[in-house]
Design a protein around this ligand. Structure first.
Ligand code: SAH
Length: 697
């Protein structure tokens, strides 16, 4: 069997289908899975174990046999906990074949083969009866099917089915209940992920304000959840307008309904402000008493209790459809609507009693109407709204634009053409300063978005969108003019790793014949930077677990290692490091440079060298990022923004993902008088646009 995997080619910017062996998908899934992170989640594991022991005892006290159904067994961990706690028999259901196979091995290795039956099926396919998968219905239901939004992995339909067909009435459930909490906040930072703020430009003839079209102003955005490590959001970046409120609960020991529904709570703001965001998280009570509680509450909610770091469950940021000014003490009602898999929110000023009943409570799931949310993801909105970044672009455009400039912009969904127009010369307006948004993505048509955008700013005939790929650019697109200023951010929606935005360089190469001999390219160059770091927590996602709550899960560790080695060993992975604190152990180092004033060379660009570990710590890996040199003296970094020298604390660009290359073994540096050196070998393959790297102690 062959698998085809879609991947953007950074040299052409287009999607290509690569043929992969049948193991490919499976290795991808394992290598990038959250199993390691879950096994390292001590708080979760301990509480599941406590809850399972309590449930088994309750059943035994009633004089019944304890028959466990574990849906989504993964490594088999929760079933092994149940068996150890004295359960008579466990049915461990796992839909993902490689995991079900691993569970069989792990269960056997730990000596539970006679107590645990692993069934490789989706729970809704499981049969009960003398010839069925299960001999009888279970009286203990154990699951861990939750994502950050609680229901996004299909917990509700799975529970609904299990109660109908697989468990007894009055069964014990671990967890017993989940509760979703919300808090209303105002936050310019988070709100900047949802809509475009007006952009102020100091032009020759006075201040220009670039405004988003009205459709964008009131667009509800996308239904996909925005999940983040909220504990990395400093309290100065938001202001809480309400107390923490319980939004809704689900009792897993009773029949569960997955059909769409709404929940409503009354709120009184503790402070006046602009209601923009609903922050949300959940907790699970492992037993009915509520004494065994596992909570995702962020740091400011229970400041005294120790926080467990985890990446498989974070917190959610929901954007209200529109900003609502609220007054302290005013009566508000907040509605949470959900379908089977997702949740969205709405805020209303409380209405009179009678009206309350009439009110159609449920609001449709958010769908982007303005098209901007299809073009820009949330970090990209944040980037476009970053004023200091915009200022740097304005500053550099001002330096390079002349009154007769013919300007071409190559980037996805960039505001640079508009900025260039405001800063540029009057004379070229009608001659058409070209704006090229290469139409590499066929899923949506940004053209209409731009039309609306230009219309809102009276720019309809000032900027031309060329819907042609760079290599297909013709002199007629440019009205037979040569390009004197070529600009880019560079930003392309298909880029996964920082260097994939070097597509700008390939595009620049493709349009070479249209460039004037004295063309200015902005950015003029880019550089790749590298630093060795110790992660505070992120290391857990790739680190073997060994023994988890007394159970040997090394089979899983080996499986993850094999999958990482299968393809990924020489590859870096993208992570937004503002969410994942680390300290630098080496100086940041420039390792490669890319000269955009020249075309992409035929040969590979490679570099070898060594980097000294200057601070004591564990070298978990290397971080790599790009810096763009807009002009000789203005640069923007998509990675490191600041480094504090004493401790090595790093501040990362909050809008970008950096590349992380995890070392296969951790290097512990101790002696500072004779610093250890790590050697590196980094190669940019100009044929593929990919970077391969290798590090050695
Ligand atoms: N129970 C394990 C693993 C949890 S991850 C632990 O707590 O460590 C959830 C697992 O459930 C995944 O392996 C996924 O493949 C599986 N899964 C999700 N829904 C399922 C369903 N309805 N039936 C069977 N397996 C399911």
């Amino acid at each position: 069997m062959k698998t085809f995997c879609g991947r953007a080619n950074p040299t052409t910017g287009s999607m290509e289908w690569l043929e992969e062996g049948e193991d490919y998908d499976y290795h991808q899934e394992i290598a990038r899975s959250r199993y390691a992170d879950m096994l390292h989640d001590k708080d979760r594991n301990v509480k599941y174990y406590q809850g399972i022991r309590a449930a088994v005892s309750r059943v035994k006290e009633r004089g019944e046999k304890a028959i466990v159904l574990d849906i989504g067994t993964g490594t088999g961990l929760l079933s092994m906990m149940a068996a150890s706690a004295g359960a008579d028999f466990c049915y461990a259901i796992e839909v993902f074949k490689p995991m079900a196979n691993a569970a069989v091995k792990i269960v056997e290795k730990n000596g539970f083969s006679d107590k645990i039956k692993v069934i490789n099926k989706h729970s809704t396919e499981v049969t009960v009866g003398p010839d069925g998968d299960m001999q009888c219905r279970a009286n203990i239901l154990v699951t861990e099917l939750f994502d950050t939004e609680l229901i996004g992995e299909g917990a509700l339909p799975t529970y609904e089915h299990a109660h109908k067909y697989l468990v007894q009435e009055g069964c014990e459930a671990v967890p017993h209940r989940a509760t979703v909490y919300v808090q209303l906040v105002e936050s310019r930072r988070m709100w900047s992920w949802k809509k475009l703020f007006p952009v102020h430009v100091e032009a020759e003839d006075g201040e220009k304000i670039l405004v988003p079209p009205s459709e964008m102003e009131n667009c509800p955005g996308l239904p996909s959840v925005c999940d983040i490590q909220l504990n990395q959001m400093p309290s100065s970046d938001f202001s809480t307008l309400s107390d923490v409120v319980k939004m809704f609960s689900v009792d897993f020991s009773k029949p569960v309904q997955s059909a769409s529904t709404c929940y409503r709570v009354q709120l009184e703001p503790v402070k006046s402000g602009k209601a923009q965001i609903v922050l949300s998280w959940w907790d699970i009570d492992m037993d009915p008493s509520g004494m065994i509680n596992c909570s995702m509450a962020p740091y400011w909610v229970k400041p005294t209790s120790a926080l467990q770091w985890r990446d498989h469950w974070m917190q959610c940021v929901y954007f209200l459809p529109r900003e609502e000014p609220v007054l302290q003490g005013e009566k508000l009602s907040l509605t949470a609507c959900r379908d089977e898999y997702s949740v969205w929110y709405n805020l209303q000023k409380a209405r009179a009693e009678e009206e309350e009943h009439k009110a159609d409570v449920c609001v449709e799931s958010p769908v982007c109407r303005c098209r901007a949310h299809l073009l820009w993801n949330r970090p990209r909105f944040g980037e476009l709204n970053d004023q200091s970044r915009t200022r740097q672009y304005i500053e550099s455009l001002r330096k390079v634009l002349k009154t007769d400039s013919v300007c071409l912009c190559i980037s996805d969904g960039s505001l640079l053409p508009v900025l260039a127009h405001y800063l540029g010369a009057k004379q070229v307006q009608h001659a058409g300063s070209g704006c090229m948004q290469p139409s590499r993505i066929d899923l949506y048509h940004p053209h209409e978005l731009w039309q609306a955008f230009f219309k809102a700013n009276n720019l309809e005939d000032k900027i031309k969108i060329i819907e042609a790929r760079p290599e297909l650019l013709k002199p007629s697109h440019l009205e037979d003019k040569k390009i004197s200023v070529l600009v880019g951010e560079p930003f392309f929606t298909t880029s996964l790793l920082p260097w994939h935005n070097l597509y700008f360089w390939y595009a620049r190469t493709a349009v070479s014949s249209h460039l004037a001999s004295n063309v200015t390219v902005l950015p003029q160059s880019a550089s790749l930077h590298m630093m060795i770091v110790q992660f505070q927590d992120l290391w857990r996602i790739r680190s073997p677990c060994g023994i988890c709550e007394g159970f040997d899960v090394r089979t899983m560790d080996d499986m993850i290692k094999d999958s990482l080695n299968f393809r990924e060993s020489k590859e870096a992975e993208p992570h937004p490091l503002w969410e994942y604190p680390c300290k630098s152990l080496s100086e940041p180092q420039e390792v490669l440079t890319f000269d955009f004033t020249k075309t992409v060379p035929q040969h590979c660009l490679s570099t070898e060298g060594s980097v000294k570990l200057l601070r004591k710590g564990k070298s978990h890996g290397a971080v790599l990022w790009m810096e763009y040199h807009l002009t000789a003296d203005i640069s923007v970094s998509t990675g490191l923004m600041q480094l504090s020298n004493e401790k090595g604390n790093c501040e990362w660009n909050p809008h970008c993902k950096q590349a992380v290359y995890f070392f296969s073994s951790v290097i512990e540096s101790e002696i500072l008088s004779d610093p250890t050196a790590v050697t590196y070998d980094i190669k940019f393959d100009t044929k593929t646009g990919e970077i391969a790297m290798d590090f050695k102690l």
